[in-house]
Design a protein. Structure first.
Length: 755
């Protein structure tokens, strides 16, 4: 049925209010047709509304129901019932509802606000204009404001339509699926109070209409910003600041509400300076990847709830986007409505971020989780006492010792732990010790990782001594795994005696050697360069396997991915992982060890993900709920950006195979860097394989053990290793630009002692 609607109304989202005694011909015809239309439901509860009105006007009289019936009848004897009040038509419901006159309707509907809101305050609120951008969280804000009648006009903006997945947090029915959110919210407000003015922007706000949104029909008094778009967040705040309009935002996580009083401080930085000096006009040139750090800072990645952090790590694997709960969204709507009202009534004048966190208030006595039970690491300093019985043919000066050790200390070590301690005695013997307090971790099984580092340091020492014209002899002690006294180094006048000078050509490149984690797509590395590496390794008695077939990379991605997940979800592995990262520049400069987060060369999303990984409660949540597949993605880009994957092997599993392996590794690594090829270790899984194989389930669950065992065999299959071969070190090669920043080393004086 084609109804002639009142000019200027839109039946898609506006209720049509008709006087019970219409004045215009148009209104008379429309009301008559609606009353006669059998498809339109009619509801007339006018007597009940009038009884409420009378009761409100006589609060002291304690009127009984029968008395109210008489008083209602008396009212309509003095004023015709047929001509009093309004009829409200809701096209989307096909319903015609009878109401009180507007003024009486408002009085009854706000009567329960008194005196939390006084009559004078209610009148003031009725003059205010509020804009709400984004109607997922914004719906709860808008409805809370409407129920309290905290505005005279509400402008709502959202271009999206309702989807089924929205209904975990948007209070509505399935009949609204596919309906524009702006229509839906306007309809809901009209059903609460048809006399409230709602203006909708069903295309959302953008650069072309945002001035209208703020100014058309009078300047906004408040902006509630709840959209997902970084561009709109910045644009809206730029406009709000320029026009002196305060901004309120709820994040629906930890009850955080953000307030920016641009009306009181028009020069304050956007989002409290968390977005830096970012401007809307600059955003068009940024990719989504480049926007991530700004988004991360604005939402405060480190202040997110545990479960939100865990959920972020699952986005793109087990879930498609970040979660929001009805309890949090409704809570946020209530908090925002309260803040808005208090700002309007001059009861709140601050800017800032405020947390109304249920977990903090109600659930402070959290149960300890598995990750809280991580064993403490040793941090005491060991007293190193070298054994005697050996003397150098050449006693070198203290300054020369420091120079040689300084070069030796530029060797790589797991997590940049720098596990060496040098002692130079009066006989001219330099002693090398393994400082367990610096290196012990789940990855460093039997000190194998440390032995690789010590071997690499010894290789640097040899090259450096030869550069000074000094001969070197290395005397390894009778070693077993776990011994901390590794070797004695003696010096002589002839550099041709003792250790070979074959690799002295690498001395100038000691400082060039570096871990390069850049994810630039590598070009093919010349086969002869790879063969040079193989020759270096095999000449020393080691095996050297090379993968360049990209079809094999996908299998390796799966193997390393599942091992990354094991490492992070294992309590000790996780503690080691977090401990070795230096999260801030200050921390890096203070310790001069560990892995500076800047050296990870992470993309913006990677930095955000790593920050989330720092929350052990979030990791515990992933583990307890058998989630965490997002952790498997950490190696994907690394392998895909590689030109070759290499594996250094040995014929046995002994301390000497790792010490000598470290020397070989230093030769290979420095040689390939000399050729401007980037090198990155990817060996963490190997140490897990050996720990499980030789130690069993001491540090692993049965399930973890099965996964590690399977991954180990798959890796051996990929490289086609014979049964008697032991994996020592794995790394990737690529052709990438130089690193942005290098890891620091502790002061040489902190690593050497003189007797």
């Amino acid at each position: 049925m084609d109804l002639n609607y009142i000019k200027g109304t839109n039946p898609n989202w506006e209720a049509i209010i008709l006087p019970a005694e219409p004045k215009s011909k148009e209104e008379i015809q429309l009301l008559d047709r609606l009353k006669k239309d059998p498809t339109v439901e009619k509801f007339d509860q006018l007597d009940g509304q009038m009884a409420e009105l009378i009761k409100i006007k006589h609060p002291k009289d304690d009127l009984k129901d029968d008395e109210l019936v008489v008083m209602v009848k008396g009212f309509f004897e003095s004023q015709s019932r047929d001509t009093y009040g309004c009829w409200v038509y809701y096209h989307w419901r096909r319903q015609l509802i009878r109401t009180l006159e507007q003024e009486d309707f408002i009085m009854v509907r706000t009567s329960r606000n008194q005196y939390k809101i006084t009559k004078e305050e209610q009148d003031l609120l009725s003059t205010k204009k509020i804009g709400v951008v984004g109607l997922s969280v914004g719906q709860s804000v808008a409805l809370s404001l409407a129920m309290e009648r905290s505005f005279g006009e509400l402008r709502i903006a959202d271009f999206d339509t309702l989807e089924l997945s929205n209904m975990n947090r948007i209070r509505t029915g399935v009949y609204n699926l596919g309906v524009k959110k702006a229509w839906m919210v306007s309809r809901e407000i009209a059903e609460i109070d048809p006399f409230l003015k709602v203006t909708i922007y069903e295309e959302g706000v953008n650069q072309s209409n945002i001035d209208d949104f703020f100014e058309k029909g009078g300047m906004l008094d408040m902006l509630v910003e709840e959209c997902d778009s970084l561009d709109v967040k910045i644009l809206a705040r730029e406009k709000a600041r320029a026009k002196g309009v305060p901004v309120v935002m709820d994040t629906s996580d930890r009850g955080m509400v953000d307030v920016e009083r641009f009306d009181l401080d028009p020069k304050r930085p956007l989002l409290h300076g968390l977005a830096g000096n970012l401007k809307y006009e600059e955003l068009s040139s940024l990719s989504n990847e480049e926007k991530v750090p700004f988004i991360g800072k604005m939402i405060g990645m480190e202040t997110l709830s545990t479960r939100m952090k865990a959920s972020f790590m699952e986005v793109g694997t087990s879930i498609g986007t970040w979660p929001q709960l009805a309890s949090s969204v409704i809570h946020g709507g209530a908090v925002c409505a309260d803040v808005v009202r208090k700002i309007f009534l001059n009861q709140f004048s601050d800017s800032g971020r405020y947390y109304f966190d249920f977990d903090e208030v109600l659930y402070k006595k959290a149960k300890p989780n598995e990750l809280d039970q991580t064993p403490a690491r040793p941090n005491g300093k060991k007293q190193f006492i070298p054994e005697g019985g050996l003397s150098s043919q050449k006693v070198i000066s203290k300054s020369t010792v420091l120079e040689l050790v300084k070069k030796a200390n530029l060797a790589p070590s797991g997590g940049n732990c720098q596990p060496w301690k040098w002692v130079y005695d009066k006989e001219g013997v330099l002693h090398l010790f393994y400082d367990k307090s610096l290196s012990e971790s789940l990855l460093d099984f039997n000190g194998t990782g440390t032995l690789l580092a010590l071997g690499a340091a010894l290789e640097n020492l040899v090259w450096s001594a030869h550069h000074e014209g000094i001969g070197v002899n290395i005397h390894f002690n009778e070693l077993e795994f776990g011994d901390d006294y590794i070797a004695k180094i003696t010096f002589n006048e002839n550099k041709e005696e003792g250790e070979s000078a074959e690799f002295d050509y690498l001395y100038p490149y000691i400082e060039k050697r570096v871990t390069n984690r850049k994810l630039e797509q590598g070009k093919e590395i010349r086969p002869e360069v790879l063969e040079e590496l193989r020759d270096i390794a095999t000449d020393a008695g080691n095996g050297f396997e090379i993968l360049t077939d990209r079809s094999q990379f996908s299998e390796l991605i799966e193997i390393l991915g599942v091992m990354d997940k094991i490492r992070v979800l294992n309590p000790i592995g996780y503690a080691d992982f977090v401990r070795e990262i230096r999260w801030t520049e200050k921390e890096t400069l203070e310790t001069k060890d560990g892995i500076d987060i800047e050296t990870l060369e992470l993309k913006n999303t990677g930095v955000a993900a790593l920050t989330l990984l720092r929350d052990k409660q979030a990791i515990a949540f992933l583990k307890s709920n058998k989630l965490g597949d997002g952790l498997k993605e950490m190696s994907k880009d690394t392998i895909n950006a590689s030109s070759a994957i290499c594996l250094l092997t040995a014929k046995d599993f002994s301390p000497y195979s790792y010490l000598n392996g470290g020397r070989v590794l230093q030769r290979v690594w420095t040689h390939i860097n000399k050729n401007d090829v980037a090198f990155q270790p990817i060996s963490a899984s190997l140490f897990f394989f050996h720990r499980l194989k030789r130690e069993g389930l001491k540090h692993f669950s049965l399930e973890e053990g099965e996964i590690i065992k399977d991954a180990h065999q798959r890796l051996r299959d990929v490289f086609q290793l014979p049964p008697d071969t032991n994996e020592v070190f794995m790394f990737r090669l690529t052709t990438a630009s130089d690193v942005s920043i290098r890891s620091l080393r502790r002061d040489v004086l902190d690593t050497v002692a003189f007797l």
